[in-house]
Design a protein around this ligand. Sequence first.
Ligand code: SF4
Length: 98
Amino acid sequence: MTLHEEMRLVVDGSKCDGHGICTLVLPEVISLDPWGYAVLAPEPLDDARLIARARRVVRACPAGALTLLGDPHATTAFDDRDAAPSPPDRSSRRGQRK
Ligand code: SF4
């Protein structure tokens, strides 16, 4: 058994809003049910390119409904890379200008 055989994409049905973006990114694994909600193939992901696209689809889901189980590089849909940068802390400069 390899690491890839243990990786599986899952959907949290309570979060899925039926945007359908996931099927555009990973149609081999994700389809939509008659109401437009994601349905995932149950097989583990065993191909490096498929796994790379699975990571991309996790980030692309606007509802944060997808998770790649068993991924050692796991991210959530809105991880630090997606967050807006914090404004610089200027509090220590107060009172220094004259
Ligand atoms: S992109 Fe996300 S919210 Fe939209 S159908 Fe796919 S899993 Fe559901």
